[in-house]
Design a protein around this ligand. Structure first.
Ligand code: ZN
Length: 424
């Protein structure tokens, strides 16, 4: 059943093949110059053009369809011009499949200045309209033209504008890139959220203009699809306004006004209201364009995303927690470093088909973590990335087979079992 499809003249297209009745959930295929992504799909993160501790060949084997890197990190190191000279991100990191880069907006405004998204989601910890790290020094300053920030590597000063972000992302050369946006936190005042939203809208037009110019200038390069980013924090009217505005946005070329190829749903999202907020946006966004949920990746949140019309996800969580010995299983999440695993001569998850689970025991990986061996991170990351990639693959298969609600109920019923008690 072919429901909707974008034209594929430039090498990028999206086709929805299956839907779920009375729901925004859908399955489909995104086509890019470097290959296809069957959706819904989880896109593992290789921030600096590498998934920490795991080779791209292994990511391919464990089922990753695409990888997402970060423009801010690659701009600072090695420099986006070097990736351009190397033939683009895909060739540079020996990943022949599709790639994404996020614009750097979130990193410039948060990671680089000392607080992370998990903190940004906690309303109690941070109250200010200025972006300030723990030491109270202002490290990023936003104005209407762009953001000035201090490198987290060497303290040098840099400036990102919508045009610079587009140039950097064109040099990096990922198949799917994101417009530069101002990412706010839940603690910014309502007035500030309104101001940031208008700024993101104005920056969206500048991104479309620069993207159109660069696409023409670099016409020998593979087409890059540009996604607009929807912000608006926890406010229903702002989220709906942002979705309406970004869907209608066009470049200022009167001859050929281009629109966004897809949308990134971003910003501070409160776990409890995630589903409601996604519905506000996805009921407005054009159904035929792909939607990417930025930076969300816990199993229970992936279901909420798919329920509410998300096509792709990215998140560092699976690999980040793996390096601290936390692993996902069908029964929930637990910690491999726990003494209980010393003599556990069985796989991390008996139902997992990953390389780690088919070749190694919990006791062995526990031993590697206790001994601070770097292969501990490799084996745990392979497992966690496979678990999350496969879980979203299973959601897609269930959407196609028509039994998604049953599959979700079964997973959530079992998954709660350990997760309630074994959070780290
Ligand atoms: Zn496994």
């Amino acid at each position: 059943m072919r429901i909707n499809a974008l034209p594929s003249g430039n090498g990028f297209s999206f086709e929805i093949t299956h839907g779920l009745e009375n729901s925004l959930a859908r399955a489909g295929t995104i086509s890019t110059p470097h290959g296809e992504v069957a959706t819904p799909a989880f896109i593992p993160v290789g921030t600096k053009a590498t998934v920490k501790a795991v080779l791209p060949e292994t990511m391919k084997e464990l089922g990753a369809q695409a990888l997402l890197s970060n423009a801010y990190h690659l701009y600072l190191q090695p420099g986006s011009d070097i990736i351009d000279d190397a033939g683009g991100l895909s060739r540079f990191m020996n990943w022949p499949g599709p790639t994404f880069t996020d614009s750097g907006g979130f990193q410039v405004l948060s990671l680089g200045v000392g607080f992370k998204k998990v903190l940004a989601m906690d309303v109690q910890t941070f109250r200010s309209d200025e972006v300030v790290a723990g030491n109270k020094e202002r490290l990023a300053h936003v104005d209407d033209d762009g953001v000035t920030f201090k490198s987290h590597i060497d303290g040098s000063m840099h400036r990102f504008t919508p045009e610079i972000s587009m140039r950097v992302q064109h040099q990096i050369g990922a198949d799917i890139i994101f417009a530069f946006d101002e990412c706010t936190t839940l603690h910014n005042t309502r007035k500030y959220q309104e101001k940031a939203l208008e700024r993101t809208r104005a920056w969206g037009i500048r991104c479309l203009d620069e993207h159109q110019k660069l696409t023409l200038e670099r016409s020998e390069k593979p087409y890059q699809a540009l996604y607009g980013v929807i912000q608006g924090a926890q406010y229903e009217d702002l989220r709906k306004k942002a979705a309406t505005d970004m869907a209608a946005l066009r470049s200022s070329d009167p001859e050929n006004p281009i629109a966004f190829d897809g949308f990134g749903l971003g910003g501070a999202l409160d776990k409890k209201t995630l589903g409601t907020i996604l519905t506000w946006m996805n009921e407005i966004l054009p159904v035929e364009k792909p939607r990417h949920l930025l930076g969300i990746g816990a199993p229970e949140d992936l279901f909420i995303g798919v329920d509410n019309g998300i096509d792709t996800f990215d998140c560092v969580l699976a690999s980040r927690i793996a390096r601290t010995s936390a692993v996902y299983t069908m029964e929930g999440r637990y910690n491999l470093s726990n003494a209980a695993n010393r003599r556990a001569f069985e796989p991390i998850d008996a139902e997992c088909d990953c390389y780690t689970c088919t070749h190694y025991t919990k006791a062995y990986v526990h031993h590697l973590f206790r001994g601070k061996e770097i292969n501990a991170a490799t084996l745990a990351t392979i497992h966690n990335e496979r678990f999350i990639v496969r879980l979203v693959d299973q959601m897609r298969a269930a959407l196609i087979a028509g039994n998604y609600p049953e599959m979700k109920a079964e997973f959530m019923g079992r998954y709660k079992h350990l997760s309630g008690q074994a959070r780290d």
